[in-house]
Write a protein that binds this ligand. Structure first.
Ligand SMILES: [Zn+2]
Length: 294
């Protein structure tokens, strides 16, 4: 390894408290300087994260049930605030005390990364990892911008907007999406397409699945490197910038350590499956890699 010592990498790869995807996409790519900044949603991207969410839900459920019986608006507002505080406290106890949480910060430190944590909802936080102070500055600006957009949306709710647009207005603001996409290292053509789709109300996941399905139905080959990161949607299935990113990362990870190359190769194939999500098409896609005799 260049400066990541072999022993350190061995320990890192054996630590089961961090998901393999997070190890490569978020921690190592940022450590190697291949991404300026990466993002982890917690506890969703922790091993056992779903169970952590369920534990919190169970704890808060009785209070939610009581809420339905409160008719007085003032009493209801107070009860909602109490539930919010309870959720935040639960996040501290269940998530921040957990082993995966400690491991994330331990490895971020060992790899010399800096971090910022933002609360998206009382029980959903985002952890951003980066090396450079400039990223912290841009993250904080984006965070302030997000707050402003949320306050504005809540002050003047637009009856034409759906629940998601109301809860996450920044996700439908082209300027905000473009700045965040740039920071996370996505190609500009793909960011533009994503932002334009979101603003027009087009479901990006459905669009991306359809693009991929059409190519596979036509029996054309898809280079999995066009999906260099999970939950990233390229502008088209043969976007050169996205393929270039995936191929470069794959090559450099392979050069660092063969295990990393193999992990990344598997990951991008899973990314294709995640975008597709239709069993019949998944079979057709996978079959192109089978040897004729099998
Ligand atoms: Zn593109």
């Amino acid at each position: 390894m260049r400066d990541l010592e072999k022993q350190l990498l061995d320990d890192f790869l054996h630590d089961e408290r961090i998901m393999p995807r997070v190890k490569v996409e978020q921690l190592l790519l940022t450590y190697l300087g291949l991404r300026e900044c990466s993002q982890i949603t917690i506890p969703a991207e922790f091993p056992g994260g779903v169970e952590m969410g369920q534990r919190i839900d169970e704890h808060v459920k009785p209070h939610m049930m009581k809420l339905q019986g409160i008719k007085d608006p003032r009493g209801k507002a107070l009860a909602i605030n109490a539930i919010k505080s309870l959720l935040e406290k639960q996040f501290e106890e269940v998530v921040e005390e957990s082993e995966p949480y400690k491991a994330l910060y331990l490895w971020s430190d060992r790899l010399g990364l800096k971090s910022e944590q933002t609360k998206v909802r009382p029980t959903v936080h985002e952890v951003y990892l980066f090396k450079d102070g400039g990223s912290r500055k841009e993250l904080r600006k984006l965070q302030k911008e997000r707050e402003k957009l949320r306050v504005k949306t809540q002050r003047r709710p637009d009856p034409n907007l759906g629940g998601i647009q109301f809860a996450y207005p920044e996700e439908f603001n082209a300027k905000w999406i473009k700045r965040m996409g740039k920071l996370l290292g996505y190609p500009d053509c793909c960011i533009s397409r994503y932002a334009n789709d979101r603003v027009k109300g087009i479901n990006v996941e459905v669009r991306a699945a359809k693009q991929l399905a059409d190519v596979i139905k036509a029996e054309e080959k898809v280079d999995p490197h066009v999906y260099p990161i999970g939950y990233f949607y390229p502008c088209k299935t043969d976007c050169e910038k996205a393929i270039n990113k995936g191929s470069t990362w794959h090559e450099l990870l392979q050069k660092e350590d063969e295990r990393l190359g193999a992990m990344y190769g598997e990951m991008i194939n899973v990314n294709v499956i995640m975008v597709l999500r239709q069993p019949e098409l998944i079979n057709r896609y996978v079959s192109q890699f089978r040897r004729p005799e099998s």
